[in-house]
Design a protein around this ligand. Sequence first.
Ligand code: ADP
Ligand code: GLC
Length: 484
Amino acid sequence: MHVLLATSELNPYSKTGGLADMVSALARALAGTGLQVSVVTPLYRGMTKTFPGIEPTSWRWDVPIGDSLVDGRFHCQKPSPNLTLWFVEQAEFFDRPGLYGEVGRDYADNSARFIFLSRAALILARHLPEPPKVVHCHDWQTGLIPILARHDQLRTGWTQPPRTIFTVHNLAFQGSFPAASWGLTGLPSDWLHLESALHFQRVNFLKAGLTQAQAITTVSPNYAREILTPEYGCGLEGLLLKRYNDLGGILNGVDYEEWNSASDPALPASFSAQDLSGKATCKAALQREMGLPEDSGVPLFANISRLTDQKGSALIIQTLRSLVDAGESLQFVLLGSGDRALENAFGDLAKRFPTQVAARIGFDPALSHRIEAGADFYLMPSRFEPCGLNQLYSLRYGAIPIVRAIGGLQDSVVDPRDNAAQATGIKFTAYSAAALHKAILKALALWKEPAWLQHLRHNGMTADFSWEKHSAEYVALYESVCRE
Ligand code: ADP
Ligand code: GLC
């Protein structure tokens, strides 16, 4: 079977968050099972220079976007015999400094940019010599693909369009645009209604995917249940309830080739669950790199994230301030960027407590590996978390995760209260600084119990979140939508 994955981010070519990691690892794992896999994604600025393996093809085409005809060209890379990556060149849309926007503001023409990406996906789906049986769409940027495909079937004589699957990585980002932007899609105006993409008088790309795809998945079983409730459904819970029978949750995996502490080129020393001596070297190096006193006896906490309300960054700031004020012996390192007020608050905390708190504002994948390797504990107090990848990376790198028991965090971390023998981390329930504070105090107590600490760490490092396991669920889903 041939499957086409459509995505606006693909690790290592382009990345703002876990979407990039997930799609690239899923594609490789699927190809490893023997499926033919293609991926379509934009050719963003600088990619051909950084990745000389991406080669231009002579395949040029144009598609109408509103009243204009916009030209595109495919570039291509074939990392393995059954994996082909298609990069969509359209300089005006994609040769820009940001993926979705700059200095905190979305690009004004994001609707046109991602309608264009969706159209490019359908050109591949229709004209590749061996057309894909399934197009697997990821997040709002590719949400229009199912309805565009249906239109092409009914109005342009495409006899065998692919089945479509829509995966929600984050229900909070919906791609909501003024109703007038429907004109850019080229779809008939009466196709915009409450059962398609219309949502509060606007065009909602995510809703289009949720209403039109044959099957819907999200990135953990627990989040799949949570989004049926008003608390986590972002206003779409009614629609999701209607599609209950077509909705499932498949937990993300980890690319253990990239996240392998025994061979990670970003680390100053290698280590494994059997031999942790290199982890001590990584911790000392991280303390030096971040300007903190080098001290193996102090527990080192970490967080790497987009600084947004989703990630509970404000809780971390408030809790750290009170712990350090109270004289607790701990260190904390942050790597993140996003909300300016949160960036400044972390910066201020680091200035106020230079021997205990260090903050690096920016996006730095190599440093993110060094932090996971050097940290003793990893904080993830998210308000909501569809899956979360950093807790999975932390488990493998021996940084014990401290997580709020929601979304994929609930599915991937085991608290000693639930199962002492298999415990891997510390969980708390309330979204509050008080609850996080209590969880960190538990970590500080654990720090003083080396045998227990080692028990949790070892369980985490040997837990299996490999994609080989999880990709089989996608293969089964592809097969089942093809049978329908
Ligand atoms: P989300 O996709 O919601 O941001 P995930 O936990 O699924 O959260 O994935 C985030 C990914 O982005 C991880 O690979 C994480 O290491 C990476 N990441 C986030 N912020 C940064 C940063 N500032 N520098 C480097 N990597 C980052
Ligand atoms: C989203 C979610 C995150 C998830 C990632 C990859 O960005 O916020 O929880 O891990 O997608 O699926």
